[in-house]
Design a protein around this ligand. Structure first.
Ligand SMILES: Cc1ncc(COP(=O)(O)O)c(C=O)c1O
Length: 310
């Protein structure tokens, strides 16, 4: 999936070493459509299939980094089978949502599933690869000695803890709350005048197009203003963004961490209103300080590490 359409750098962006090792051909999302019955900006499976028939790839890569919809593995599998390709599903962002049963699992469909352990899976920085038996030896030796030296035992131990937590019976309730919070957050942002890319969210992420809120406001400026107000966000390109990846017209927001801290829909509605206030009064230092105080009060109330508080 092309970087500017929501794909990840490591999926063959010219800036990534992956593009030096393999020849990637990238697909994208459908055109924007503001009809809520027929939302656009979703993975364009016709485009995936046409490109696969034209280029006959050895491997099809599914998975995204700035995409707020469910990624269904079955249509990818069908296309891979049609052209005789293997299917790798990079579930980096949504691994926790899959473990919690809130998103479809790629495991029955993909030959290889990769994921990071530090996003919705809520573990340490790192990753994991699972695959069909027939690829296990090759992948193991590509990792070691192919790319790694010594194992990071502390990270491996932390991954084990994350996997254990994700297997507990309360984890699905956590991932469902992440999704409910994202829906509430997105709707509240829409009421404030922000446009959600694809018109909604089905995961932990809200991808906001800032241009409707304020045509002059870039993702870069919004991120910097919100940093000053105590709200951490990530500037991000949106599909067909006219601005560069360093400036961008979008913001990528996530609900996973604050859901762990205990926030529910009403707190995310408050965060949306604080964000809008901060961005509307971005040249007013006093107003920004006021928002920052409200953010600090919210963080004191929802502290994921309450037992460590001084
Ligand atoms: C889809 C996707 N794949 C992979 C990664 C991990 O990349 P890296 O190993 O460079 O941290 C990320 C995010 O960090 C991602 O969003």
């Amino acid at each position: 999936m092309r970087l500017d359409q929501g794909g990840h750098l490591t999926h063959g962006s010219p800036a990534s070493m992956t593009s030096k090792a393999w020849r990637f051909v990238s697909y994208g999302v459908t055109a924007r459509n503001d009809d809520p019955e027929l939302p656009g900006e979703m993975i364009d499976f016709d485009n995936v299939r046409d490109l696969a028939l034209e280029h006959r790839p050895k491997l099809i890569v599914a998975g995204a980094t700035a995409y707020s919809r469910k990624i269904y593995p079955a249509p990818f599998r069908e296309i891979a089978d049609e052209v005789g390709a293997l299917l790798m599903f990079d579930s980096a962002h949504v691994a926790g949502l899959i473990a919690g049963g809130s998103h479809p699992s790629p495991v029955p469909y993909a030959d290889v599933v990769t994921f990071t352990t530090h996003k919705t899976l809520r573990g340490p920085r790192g990753g994991a690869i699972i695959c069909r038996d027939e690829f296990a030896k090759k992948i193991d030796s590509a990792v070691f000695p192919g790319q790694q030296g010594g194992p990071l035992e502390h990270a491996i131990a932390a991954k084990a803890v994350a996997f254990k937590e994700a297997s507990l019976s309360n984890f699905p309730a956590y991932t469902e709350q992440i999704l409910k919070n994202a829906v509430a957050f997105g709707s509240a942002l829409a009421k404030e005048g922000f446009r959600m890319v694809s018109g909604g969210t089905e995961n932990h992420m809200v991808l906001v197009d800032l241009r409707e809120f304020d045509a002059e406001l870039t993702g870069k400026e919004a991120q910097e203003v919100l940093d000053r107000a105590g709200i951490t966000t990530n500037r991000n390109t949106i599909p067909d963004d006219p601005r560069s990846p360093f400036v961008t017209s979008g913001l990528r927001l996530g609900t996973a961490a604050e859901t762990t801290a205990g926030m529910k829909e009403q707190e995310f509605e408050l965060v949306a209103s604080l964000m809008a206030q901060a961005l509307r009064s971005r040249t007013d230092d006093g107003a920004l300080a006021g928002v920052r105080d409200e953010v600090a009060a919210l963080c004191r109330e929802f502290n994921p590490y309450a037992s460590f508080t001084r």
